[in-house]
Design a protein around this ligand. Structure first.
Ligand code: MOS
Length: 764
């Protein structure tokens, strides 16, 4: 677009309205992203950059007997091949490898640490060359001989070894103690459901591959010692900095980590991954800048959503009242670490029931440690309970929505706490109405459309409303620009846009006057972007720092001689159009820049540390809820399922930007459809290896798989979950979607499919 047409285009638009919370704003970085101006971790140019290509082992377990790099080193352009035999010195204790998101117990994976092979796909060498092509070719010439040891990767064959998890981690709650006598109540129940579920592993597959570019400088900004500037694909720059600094024994001042742009992560970027440590290893050893980029098949070598076996038993009276609820789950973990997720607890929280027993166990296998993947635990556990509830409704001859309303939980019986807010009932009502649920025939196989059967299903979704801590610095400059800084991340979720919006709305500034700096470990402390907590956390900190600025400006203004602000209270002033004004006398206004100038300040700086109001919050369960309704068309001859329509209503507190929030929920629903119909990683247990490690064989939904998705945000007020009133909308989009699809397939065909994904072979 040339400048002239741009002028014309923009003059046709009305003047920008005052930025407000609740306003739809498109992404501020959208243009940079679609034009390629945004640089991702693998895209930072550097003269003399070296390229690292990873060699992975095929064996599932054993010891490296011999590793020959001779032929690889002979390739022109190859500079070095790093292995466990020649890597630079690194710390060996587990505690140096622990990151913010790791389990407290267990031993994190340490790349090129020793000759031990823990799982198939483990990196065993890094070939470094002056060109990517030379490195890639030489990587095929590295010879690795592994003395194989017996391995076990089959969850269903090893279920008898399931044991209580030993790991502790932030945010993990063990299942609550049994209430009532669940077994007796189940046996006595006139109507029963007993269903066993099997969910295969899934891999994250963000669009951007994991990558690290390490820029090596012999002299750091402080003038002494080398300095590493690391562009990493991560959900938390400070988390990565802390691990690099500890593993390599470098002071944090000599390590800067940036993640300005992240092309999706979905949990794969919560923990620092091996490309990072390998790239740093090479940069320190060779004293040069190094980039390591994984291939798509290598994206299947460092963690996954764990495979899960579950059993749900429900007992009910004939009127639909739940009398017994038992939910057992056994998930896979590695032999190194107990990766734990909240899988079964939701079942004791979603419905009112006096006899509840929940159990969660782990089966350690010879696999890489699992990782959190979008709504970890809930995406699997809520699936099972919501499919079981649908089956119960079917056996009762009751409408599935009526059954949920009959057993609606007004308080969280797991913790015996009230909810800080819970508009799930409104979600059910609004989504059902938009969907037209009352027209649903009660019996399966009632509808046909051409050669396809048509069915409607629904499910409930829930996720925690999480809040962490963060610090934001704000500087109002003499020219009226407001600059905010914090080490938050934008993993494609819209953080940059929403934070800018919150600040602009608070200070009454146009978006063009607000600059939000994130994605840099040198900025004030912020947590990893995970658990859908960033808006409630960082957004609340932005709101907090802006209020401090407002108060400072107000007190500066009222100190001026003859100031119209001298009397009255802070509550009486408002901020709009770059000015402060009296709320009830809008003609009494003063430019923010004039306040600064009059007070003789060139800039005004404030900081705010957001700490969750723990004392207040612990008296409540804080959760996000949703109701999902969907329509499927099923071709029984081919076993194909099309999800033609989804209506999802979400209650997630205050929605700051309905446009980016809707995108988040739509993305979650697409994931849910993928979980329901497409996504699974298949292992060959003889080899102990994931086999379908590319997007040709690991299926994710494409545009043609997706029908109409309508998102409704239900009004919900909550001042406990966060001072901003927001609860977070990332993960809630996926929870319950696969269950709604499963239930719709049952309504269409009368067939109940208890394993995911529901591929054509199961549907036929
Ligand atoms: Mo999400 S699995 O908390 O990145």
């Amino acid at each position: 677009m040339n400048d002239r047409s741009r002028d014309t285009f923009f003059t046709l638009l009305p003047p920008p309205p005052q930025v407000a919370l609740g306003m739809e704003l498109p992404r501020l970085d959208g243009h940079a992203k679609v034009t390629g101006a945004a640089r991702y971790a693998a895209e930072h140019p550097q003269a003399g950059l070296l390229y690292g290509v990873v060699v992975n082992t095929a064996a599932a377990r054993g010891r490296i007997e011999r590793i020959s790099t001779r032929r690889a080193l002979a390739v022109p352009g190859v500079v070095d091949v790093l292995t466990h035999e020649n890597r630079p010195r690194m710390r060996s204790l587990d505690l140096f490898y622990k990151d913010m998101t790791a389990p407290v117990t267990g031993s994190p994976f340490k790349p090129l640490h020793d000759a031990q092979v823990h799982c198939s796909g483990q990196p065993v060498a890094l070939v470094v060359a002056r060109s990517f092509e030379a490195a890639r070719y030489a990587a095929t010439l590295v010879e690795v001989e592994v003395a194989a040891e017996p391995h076990e990767t089959d969850l269903l064959a090893q279920l008898h070894t399931a044991r209580q998890p030993s790991a502790l981690r932030a945010g993990f709650k063990s299942p609550p103690k049994q209430r009532g006598d669940a077994d007796r109540a189940w046996h006595a129940a006139p109507v029963q459901v007993d269903a066993a579920f099997h969910l295969r592993p899934e891999h994250h597959n963000p669009m951007e591959m994991h990558a690290t570019t390490v820029l090596y400088a012999a002299r750091g900004p402080a003038g002494k010692g080398s300095h590493l500037t690391i562009h990493d694909k991560t959900q938390g720059s400070q988390n990565v900095r802390s691990v690099v600094s500890r593993v390599f024994g470098l002071p944090e001042s000599r390590v800067t980590v940036r993640n300005t742009f992240v092309g999706g992560a979905f949990g794969s970027g919560l923990r620092p991954q091996y490309p990072l440590l390998l790239a740093v290893m090479a940069a320190l050893k060779l004293k040069q800048s190094v980039r390591v980029v994984l291939t798509r098949p290598q994206m299947f070598t460092f963690g996954h959503r764990p495979e899960l076996w579950q059993r749900v038993r429900l007992g009910a009276q004939r009127d639909g009242r739940l009398t017994a609820l038992l939910h057992d789950a056994a998930g896979t973990t590695s032999r190194r670490e107990d990766h734990v997720e909240v899988v079964v607890n939701w079942s004791g929280q979603l419905y009112r029931c006096d006899n509840v027993r929940l159990d969660y166990k782990l089966v350690p296998l010879d696999l890489h440690s699992p990782m959190d993947m979008r709504a970890p635990g809930a995406a699997q556990g809520v699936h099972a309970i919501e499919v079981a509830m649908d089956e119960l409704a079917h056996r009762l001859g009751m409408d599935p929505l009526a059954l949920r309303l009959k057993n609606y939980a007004e308080h969280d019986a797991n913790e015996d706490l009230p909810f800080s807010s819970k508009e799930l009932r409104a979600c059910y009502q609004q989504a059902a109405q938009r969907f037209g649920w009352e027209r649903r025939p009660p019996r399966p196989r009632a509808w046909r459309h051409g050669r396809e059967l048509v069915g409607w299903g629904m499910a409930t979704g829930t996720w925690d409303a999480l809040q962490m801590f963060a610090r934001v610095q704000a500087v109002l400059q003499a020219d009226g620009q407001l600059v905010l800084r914090t080490a938050a991340s934008d993993i494609g979720t819209g953080t940059l846009t929403v934070m800018t919006q919150i600040a602009a709305a608070a200070m009454g500034l146009p978006l063009s006057q607000v600059r939000f700096e994130l994605g840099d470990s040198t900025l004030p402390v912020a947590p990893v972007e995970g658990g859908s907590s960033h808006v409630a956390t960082v957004g609340s900190a932005v709101q907090g720092v802006c209020e401090r600025l407002q108060r400072r400006l107000w007190s500066m203004a009222r100190q001026q001689p003859g100031s119209p602000f001298a009397t009255g209270r802070f509550h009486d002033v408002g901020f709009a159009d770059g000015c402060m004004h009296l709320r009830f006398e809008r003609d009494v206004t003063v430019r923010l820049t004039d306040i600064l100038a009059a007070a003789g300040h060139s800039t005004l700086e404030e900081k705010y540390l957001l700490l969750p109001a723990v004392l207040k919050q612990r008296k409540y369960t804080r959760a996000v809820h949703s109701a999902v309704f969907c329509e499927v068309h099923v071709d029984e001859t081919l076993g194909t399922v099309r999800v033609t329509r989804v209506v999802i209503a979400v209650a997630a507190g205050r929605i700051i930007n309905p446009l980016t929030a809707r995108s988040q929920v739509i993305g979650g629903v697409v994931w849910g459809i993928g979980q329901a119909l497409h996504e699974e990683t298949l292992a060959d247990h003889t080899l102990g290896r994931f086999m379908n490690h590319d997007l040709a064989q690991y299926h994710v939904p494409v545009n043609a798989d997706i029908g109409d998705i309508e998102v409704v945000f239900v009004e919900e007020k909550d001042t406990i979950a966060s001072r901003l009133g927001a609860k977070g909308v990332g993960e809630i989009g996926i929870v319950g979607v696969a269950a709604a699809v499963c239930n719709a397939i049952h309504h269409a065909t009368g067939r109940r499919i208890l394993s995911l994904p529901m591929t054509p072979d199961k549907v036929m």
